[in-house]
Design a protein around this ligand. Sequence first.
Ligand SMILES: [Zn+2]
Length: 157
Amino acid sequence: MKCPKCGCQDDKVIDSRTSREGDVIRRRRECLNCAHRYTTYEQVEKDALFVMKRDGRREKFDRSKLLKGIEIACQKRPVSTDQIERLVDEIHDVINNEHEREVPSTEVGELLMAKLREIDEVAYVRFASVYRSFRDINEFISEVNNLSQPATGASRS
Ligand SMILES: [Zn+2]
């Protein structure tokens, strides 16, 4: 496998794990040239899963795009790459099991937010702010307040 950092094609597998459903093998690799660590996935090729966007357009389910979005939300948060990858695996599994070919983008978003919230609330708010593209700042603030205040009896100032 070609190292994403230096391009060297010599690597060693340092960890190999099969997903819970047994349909994805995830390998942690280390470049023998620069010691950079990266992950590769091996899985049976399935018919493409499509995401229906709000405007009605269909887009191929893009695992790396999802991963990237979560990574941005988790910047400087105590969330490991492992956790993020597991999160994407879980979401992908749920979608694959519940949908044949198409999944509404809203469902992907809601699923992701629910799972992200369990891991890190700050990352969740960051992601939510981008995902929902808040119509105005008040919407964003009330979202933050919902997290920092008790669920019931929260006072508004
Ligand atoms: Zn390398």
